[in-house]
Design a binder for this molecule. Structure first.
Ligand code: DX5
Ligand code: ZN
Length: 236
């Protein structure tokens, strides 16, 4: 493999999802994520409409922003996310993730995030094809491939998403090589290497970080070690 700065050389990033954390201990758990080498913190915002669950909103994003030096990514599982992009940016979201399925105006939403000077990502539900990104793909900093149907932590990884990750990585290598492929849902020591091998460059993990023996630092160390060496083979 040639030396360079292409996606194949990028190390794998880990984004602990605080949905699985004990909120009473959030501050100390964020510090443990930092100690464990997490690259960024993932906050799952659910509105009870786009997904059949309610979770957290602006005050938690603000608290996480104050509680860590790591970048904060906000996964907006809400209908018409364009209504709240400015608010989540102001609350401290460094990367705003909107669902392709949640808006009729994906192009506008992507550009809104750009204008806010935040990183922009689009999430795809398991049933949503990669082709739906055709007209925005060059604009994105990352794509979030859902490997569970969104709404809940602790679900089983959908293995049939692996070819989708591969296809997406191949398209990105042609059209937007700097764009990250982030994978969310059911990531653990068994599935993390599969996702990384398929071309994921960032992994979201809730249960396998916050319910891990040894806490978040232990969970992150185990996830990283089972993926060791794989990131370099991804996206050839
Ligand atoms: C699911 C969320 C995920 C979830 C991941 O709707 O988007 O980020 O918290 O949790 P685990 O890693 O437990 O599947
Ligand atoms: Zn998420």
């Amino acid at each position: 493999m040639s030396a360079g700065t292409g996606p194949a050389e990028r190390p794998l990033a880990f984004a602990p999802s605080i949905l699985a954390s004990d909120f009473l201990r959030l501050g100390e758990l964020l510090s443990e994520c930092e100690r464990g080498g997490a690259e960024r913190i993932h906050v799952d915002v659910m509105d009870g409409l786009f997904v059949p669950n309610l979770s957290m909103g602006l005050p938690i994003v603000e608290a996480v922003r104050r509680g860590t030096r790591l970048p904060v990514e906000v996964h907006l599982m809400i209908e018409r996310p364009e209504r709240y992009l400015e608010d989540f940016s102001r609350a401290g979201g460094d990367r705003l993730i909107v669902h392709q399925e949640a808006t009729d105006h994906l192009h506008r939403a992507v550009h809104q995030v750009r204008e806010l000077e935040r990183k922009v990502s689009v999430a795809l539900n398991p049933a949503t094809p990669v082709g739906t990104l055709d007209h925005v793909i060059e604009e994105l900093d990352s794509v979030l491939v859902m490997t569970v149907n969104p709404g809940f932590g602790g679900q089983k990884f959908i293995a049939s998403m692996l070819p989708k990750i591969r296809r997406l990585r191949a398209i990105l290598d042609e059209r937007n090589p700097a764009c990250e492929v982030e994978v969310d849902g059911g990531i653990d020591e068994r599935t993390a290497p599969l996702a990384a091998e398929a071309g994921a460059t960032a992994l979201v993990a809730g249960t396998s970080v916050f319910a891990a023996t040894g806490g978040p630092a232990g969970g992150l160390a185990r996830l990283r070690s089972c993926c060791a060496g794989i990131a370099h083979r991804a996206s050839r």
